[in-house]
Design a protein around this ligand. Structure first.
Ligand SMILES: Nc1ncnc2c1ncn2[C@@H]1O[C@H](COP(=O)(O)OP(=O)(O)O)[C@@H](O)[C@H]1O
Ligand SMILES: O=c1ccn([C@@H]2O[C@H](COP(=O)(O)OP(=O)(O)O)[C@@H](O)[C@H]2O)c(=O)[nH]1
Length: 236
């Protein structure tokens, strides 16, 4: 039995690097594809947003002297590269999938429109939303909040390399402890930096709950879909 019928899955671009310093680790990519196919086969409608941090981030570009808007365009293109890689890995294992782009660039992907996305989801395609929101100064977390709200997802799943939200960044503070669930207001009040504030606020205002979980352990995505409490639930 699945708990969620339509989900927006956000994957971190940085996690795609696996043990590498840069780019796409094919083992990690294939592991993600297998996990996604597993839930698509259960009949779950899956929308995906994937980051670009393994290739380029606008902010780090700006720190090195790049124009911010150009750097963000490079970051958005990086998300298209990752989306095509995931699309291809899914097709290689016979999982139907398509890439929509927030910036017009046919024939690389079809230009995004809500109805197009819903049609693909209804036909059972894993639908990958690439190029973030299509605008600079945003992140793919905000892109995934936006698409999750538009597609009326039951929940947004933030699949990352930590297994939930902690009292402090667990990669920096070994004493941090994990929340099983937390409200949006607590995220603000405790100044927790698991997602940017724009993304968090969009989810709060549109009542889209988030589950943060460890996507790098195989089988976890299915567990979340079946309602197992392995991550942290963020709710109003
Ligand atoms: N309170 C917190 N709880 C959990 N993770 C946190 C927290 N604050 C910061 N983080 C960081 O957020 C990261 C997960 O966010 P994500 O967007 O997937 O990463 P990235 O921005 O590297 O792609 C974790 O790797 C962790 O270091
Ligand atoms: O709507 C968007 C989404 C992303 N980006 C750019 O794309 C980069 C990669 O996205 P992100 O950092 O969110 O990727 P992740 O952290 O998930 O790997 C960002 O740094 C931004 O430069 C953007 O300009 N607008």
């Amino acid at each position: 039995m699945v708990k969620y019928n339509r989900v927006l899955l956000k994957l971190s671009g940085e996690s795609l690097m696996g043990d590498q310093q840069y780019g796409i680790d094919s083992q990690r990519l294939n592991d993600y594809a297998e996990q996604i196919k597993e839930i698509a086969n259960l009949g779950v409608q899956v929308g995906i947003v994937i980051g670009g941090g393994n290739i380029f981030r606008g902010l780090s570009g700006a720190a090195k002297g790049f124009d911010r808007v150009k750097g963000d365009s490079m970051g958005m293109l990086a998300t298209v590269i990752n989306s095509l890689a995931l699309n291809s890995a899914l097709e290689a294992i016979d999982c139907k999938s398509c890439v929509l782009t927030a910036i017009r660039m046919e024939p690389i992907g079809e230009f995004y429109a809500k109805q197009k996305a819903l049609d693909y989801l209804d036909k059972g395609y894993v639908t990958i939303f690439s190029a973030g929101t299509g605008n600079p100064y945003f992140t793919t977390d905000t892109g995934s909040s936006l698409r999750g709200i538009e597609m009326e997802a039951d929940v947004m799943l933030k699949g990352t390399r930590v297994d939930g939200i902690y009292t402090a960044d667990p990669e920096k503070d070994p004493k941090a402890s994990k929340f099983e669930s937390i409200t949006f207001d607590e995220i603000y009040n405790k100044n927790l930096r698991i997602m940017d504030l724009t993304a968090t606020t969009m989810c709060k205002e549109n009542d889209l709950s988030i589950i943060v979980f460890d996507m790098d352990t195989k089988g976890n995505l299915k567990k979340v879909i079946e309602g197992e409490n392995i991550g942290t639930l963020v709710h109003n």
